[in-house]
Design a protein around this ligand. Structure first.
Ligand code: GLA
Ligand code: ZN
Length: 672
């Protein structure tokens, strides 16, 4: 159903008739007596799948070449007998101690040259051929042993690639980087040109002189660093693909995936390159409670993951029932929070609800991380909520495979993110995600759903295209954005976009280089704002983050700066472009000012809310040939009302014409 396009014909479909519900299961952490209890409680909670074996290497191959599959055979059989599907991991996320003792060259090295020792997890260098050899041998054993096991539903390659071991700066990586650079640039002349090595006497005359961007006296060459980010993502993708191929040889029809981390804090892999190599896009998400708008970030993450899946449904492989253990302070979720967060993911296209993990550990680094079965045991409010969620997941089966409606695209590009995240930029107080997240959040508050897609995506289907801080952009992508405006879209470009090309060379002649003509704006100098600093705007609002000395060469000035060194200069402009409009924000207006600008954009472009709602009440519509489902999520502490009619699958009641929701509850209304 949601397997990626070209593989549809041959791939086995899973899940089949319900939202898959379950999570990571680590039975090796528990004596066998507990397994029977696990199976009983899984049935009670309505668990339909588990991910097995993510960190099991030392239990599967306790010493070199000696394999012990008996325990995995037993638990696979038991799960199969209980009707629970298995997403079987390749167990290659973390090497066993014997492997790193025998071959310490496998260990990753940080920027300062320190070895990252074993004793935690993911202690392997992404470029290590030795590590790959051992990992592929284990993958081969697992795939040949379990490929036709009746419980097997999915293969789970490694785990959260790059989470802890990228970038690695070791000598093995140095050699691999040179090979990668030769492929990308062809000649040293081309590399010198791309990296701008005329600067600071950096010209290379031999490939062997090129090193990873290790710690230096001061700023490293930014294109060197950018290429190292690309190299790291490509290296791990190649690793993933080699594991994929080994599995595929034994297991032709079972879907293969690896869990991404599309949450906005994780930025090391270019998932737009990775997604086409997944049979199903899967990802992990954890609510970061220190964010100002954590629920809006969750929604953004869902829309980005759906974008990576090409609009198809995706798997939420992991999230948490309650507290995590890795933020500075880790409060539990409020009652109802487990269900609300889960349904927020389903609203944005998840057809799987996976958690880390089934049973909360007694020992180890994650013993204070919540789970489906908490330390308190089955007699707990959280486990009762988990059981309720399992029953809801079952009732939501009819939603499976449906798509999310969106008329607005927000662009997201890991290369632009990498390039603008380095030091020695005009401002270290701006972050790639801020403008995109803010606009996405304000649209979400208005009941408008966005697809978050790469700049090279087909933009022709969107009425509004938001281009936030697209610092680095290729000529082709800039042309496609301009074409979207010419064809009738409202294109909203923000500050610090279009500045540099794919090698991070500045586009000359005035900023915002690649978008100067589209926007009819020319900027000579930047005036970035300090953290907490604001600039008054002529509409009564306040700008933050950025300001700049812009001239509207061929655009209408909508808002100007009202104080400071730029008083009277344009802050927001608009330009009619054939059938569409190009808007430019030279600063980030506050929510009220930006919101009213977005209201104008929505009105003029004809984009409507899913239903009218108030901030804190999230609404999304999923649709298929057989019907439509309105998701309403009340994140507030007050009761709310929304216009909706049909059958609510959460409460199993008919509703309409007004849906009433208590605080922190959700409805999924089959409309009509
Ligand atoms: C990641 C990992 C899991 C676990 C969780 C904790 O998602 O994949 O193994 O460590 O984080 O939040
Ligand atoms: Zn390395």
């Amino acid at each position: 159903m949601f397997v990626q396009g070209h593989r549809l014909a041959t791939m086995r479909q899973w899940p089949e008739n319900r939202i898959a519900f379950g999570g990571d299961y680590n039975p090796e952490q528990w004596p066998r007596e507990v397994w029977a209890d696990d199976l009983r409680l899984m049935a009670e909670a309505g668990v339909s799948f588990v991910t097995l074996g993510v960190f099991s290497w030392s239990w599967l191959e306790p010493s070199k070449g000696e394999y012990t599959f008996d325990w995995l055979d037993d638990i696979m059989d038991l799960l199969g007998e209980h009707g629970i599907a298995v997403d079987l991991a390749t167990a290659t996320a973390t090497p066993p101690p014997w492997l790193t003792s025998a071959y310490p060259e496998i260990l990753p090295v940080d920027r300062e040259g320190h070895t990252l020792w074993p004793g935690s997890r993911q202690s392997w260098c992404p470029s290590s051929p030795l590590y790959r050899e051992f990992a592929l041998a284990l993958t081969d054993r697992l795939a040949s042993r379990y490929h036709d096991h009746p419980a097997l539903a999915m293969w789970h390659v490694s785990n959260e690639y790059a989470c802890h071991n990228l970038p690695c700066y070791c000598d093995t990586c140095a050699v691999a980087f040179r090979r990668w650079l030769e492929q990308r640039h062809g000649t040293l002349d081309a590399l010198n040109d791309a990296w701008g090595t005329a600067f600071w006497s950096q010209r290379y005359t031999s490939w062997d002189d090129i090193l990873p961007p290790r710690i230096t006296t001061t700023f490293s060459n930014p294109t060197h660093v950018l290429d190292y980010s690309r190299f790291g993502s490509d290296t791990l993708l190649d690793f993933y693909r080699s594991e994929y191929e080994v599995i595929r040889r034994h297991s032709p029809t079972v879907p293969i995936t690896t869990n991404f981390m599309t949450m906005s804090q994780f930025r090391l892999l270019d998932y737009h390159d990775w997604a086409p190599h997944q049979d199903v896009v899967s990802t992990d998400h954890y609510v970061v409670n220190s964010l100002e708008h954590p629920q809006a970030e969750l929604s953004f993450h869902g829309d980005l993951t759906r974008g990576l899946a090409g609009g198809r449904p995706w798997m939420l492989m992991e999230h948490s029932t309650s507290a995590v253990n890795w933020q500075p302070v880790n409060p539990a979720k409020v009652p109802g929070g487990t269900i609300l967060d889960s349904l927020a993911h389903v609203a944005r296209g998840a057809d799987t609800l996976g958690f880390f993990q089934w049973r909360q550990s007694r020992s180890g680094s994650e013993k204070f991380h919540s789970a489906l079965v908490p330390h308190a045991g089955e007699d707990s409010d959280r486990f009762r909520e988990v059981c309720e969620l399992g029953a809801i997941a079952d009732r939501l089966g009819e939603v499976l495979g449906s798509r999310v409606d969106a008329d607005v695209a927000v662009l997201w590009d890991y290369e632009a993110l990498w390039a603008m995240s380095g030091p020695c930029m005009p401002s270290s107080a701006i972050d790639y995600a801020t403008a995109g997240h803010t606009i996405h959040r304000l649209l979400r508050d208005r009941g408008v759903t966005c697809d978050v897609v790469h700049p090279s995506a087909d933009l022709s289907r969107y009425r509004v295209v938001v281009v936030p801080t697209l610092y680095l952009v290729s000529d082709e992508d800039a042309a496609s954005i301009a074409a979207a405006a010419a064809a009738g879209a409202h294109v909203v470009v923000t500050y610090f976009s279009g500045i540099s090309d794919a090698n991070d060379h500045v586009r000359l002649g005035g900023y915002p280089g690649a978008f100067r003509d589209l926007l009819g704006v020319r900027v000579e100098e930047f005036f970035p704002l300090r953290e907490q600093e604001g600039v008054a705007l002529s509409d009564g609002g306040t700008g933050s983050q950025w300001s700049e000395d812009a001239t509207a060469t061929d655009a209408q000035v909508v808002t100007t700066y009202a104080n400071g060194p730029l008083a009277g200069r344009p802050a927001v402009t608009r330009r009619d472009v054939d059938a569409g409009v190009a808007w430019y924000l030279g600063t980030l207006p506050d929510d009220a000012s930006l919101g009213s600008l977005l209201d104008t954009v929505l009105r003029e472009s004809g984009v409507e809310s899913v239903v009218r709602t108030s901030p804190g009440v999230e609404v999304v519509r999923r649709r298929s040939d057989s019907g439509s489902w309105l998701f309403v999520l009340n994140h507030t502490d007050d009761a709310c009302q929304v216009t909706a009619s049909g059958h609510d699958l959460v409460s199993s009641t008919d509703v309409g014409p007004t849906l009433h929701l208590s605080p922190r509850t959700a409805a999924v209304v089959r409309e009509g």
